[in-house]
Design a protein around this ligand. Structure first.
Ligand code: NDP
Length: 276
């Protein structure tokens, strides 16, 4: 009997997930034979569902909202970046049956910014808006690129302060409220708040950007997000959404599972066309 390796993405909700299309495109491009499904998992039942998947021969899982912390707890072994992030978005079964947990969100963001968009991180003044799970995942890879300064602004200041404390050994991190922004401009502003989901925008001053500033929203969609529109109105040099990050983090998972790195550009183009 032919055996085909099985993969899946777990989340709740999950209908919106583009991961099945992304991994199908990677598999076709690299000639890998596998299946990849999305699965709606009941909140509170992550561990039993994942356990059953691996016991029944499943090879790997992607994990999305709200299960990244459950996946962290579920992992028998963790990559350093997953330990740092405190969250897992990729699980892989090892030869000895242990489940390895990794977090590829941060490297996905850095690859998209550096390789796909050609924007610099090293030596630049960078502002991140938000202090949630996504920021925790991206701080290490961003700091490893040696920005000149890295500032985190968040509605709830204590959350930003906690992040700065947890990552202080990797470089200097400054925190501030949205209200105190505007004293100095930034070369790169990354929106990692979920405000775009509700069509909102954090209160931002108009003098936040340098002449060469790039503006990146981790959210993506068919239309520019409110934050991208704010960037364009405030004469940002370049503006991008998080679709490339989504594809890059998936490519990193695929590479870990299959040992082959897919080309991401054609898949980003494919998804962009699908979004309409
Ligand atoms: P969390 O729920 O962990 O954090 C949400 C953050 O947004 C918090 O800092 C919160 O502030 C802030 N926030 C929410 N609403 C507002 C508002 N109206 N005004 C100002 N700040 C607000 O979410 P995640 O960190 O997991 O995700 C953040 C975003 O990143 C989401 O849009 C998500 O879709 C996107 N993302 C994209 C990925 C990709 O591959 N492209 C990967 C991962 C995430 P407070 O602390 O005050 O509550």
């Amino acid at each position: 009997m032919t055996h085909i390796d099985r993969y899946a993405v777990y989340g709740n909700p999950i209908k919106h997930s583009k991961s099945p299309q992304i991994h199908a495109a990677f598999a076709e491009q690299t000639g890998q034979e596998l299946t990849y499904r999305s699965r709606l998992v009941e909140v509170g039942r992550f561990a039993e569902t994942a356990k059953s998947f691996f016991e029944n021969g499943g090879k790997g899982l992607n994990i999305t909202v709200p299960f990244k912390l459950d996946a962290f707890d579920f992992s028998d072994q963790l990559s350093n970046r997953a330990r740092r992030a405190g969250a897992v978005n990729t699980l892989a079964i090892q030869n000895d049956g242990a489940v390895y947990g990794d977090n590829t969100d941060g490297i996905g963001l850095v690859r998209d910014i550096n390789n796909n968009l050609g924007w610099e991180i090293s030596g630049k003044n960078i502002l991140i808006l938000g202090a949630g799970g996504a920021v925790r995942g991206v701080l290490e890879p961003l700091l490893r690129k040696n920005p000149a300064t890295l500032v985190i602004a968040n509605r709830t200041l204590e959350k930003a302060e906690l992040l700065a404390k947890d990552f202080s050994d990797l470089g200097e991190l400054t925190v501030c409220s949205f209200e105190s922004l505007g004293a100095s401009p930034f070369n790169l502003v990354i929106n990692a708040t979920s405000s775009s989901l509700t069509g909102e925008l954090p209160p931002l001053p108009s003098n936040l950007l340098t002449d060469d500033a790039c503006v990146y929203d981790m959210m993506y969609g068919a239309e520019p997000t409110p934050f991208m529109r704010w960037g364009a109105e405030n004469t940002a040099w370049a503006v991008a959404d998080g679709l490339g990050m989504l594809v890059e983090q998936a490519a990193e998972s695929f590479c870990m599972w299959r040992g082959v790195r897919p080309k991401t550009k054609p898949v980003i183009d494919l998804l962009r066309n699908m979004l309409g």
